[in-house]
Design a protein around this ligand. Structure first.
Ligand code: SF4
Length: 56
């Protein structure tokens, strides 16, 4: 399992720098989490000001 970013994402970028394994990158219309890299730590979910990140 990996965390996922929903359409609530407004591409603020707050999560990207917080991920300890650099699994987050900017996609076409929102940020995306690479499922193979994510270690399910949950740091990004706690960082998102929009509540857009949850366990997939
Ligand atoms: Fe990165 Fe942790 Fe979020 Fe996975 S849960 S994308 S490892 S910050």
């Amino acid at each position: 399992m990996a965390y996922v970013i929903s359409d609530e994402c407004v591409s603020c970028g707050a999560c990207e720098a917080e991920c300890p394994v650099n699994a987050i990158s900017e996609g076409d219309d929102k940020y995306v989490i690479d499922a193979d890299t994510c270690i399910d730590c949950g740091t990004c979910a706690a960082t998102c000001p929009n509540g857009a990140i949850s366990e997939g």
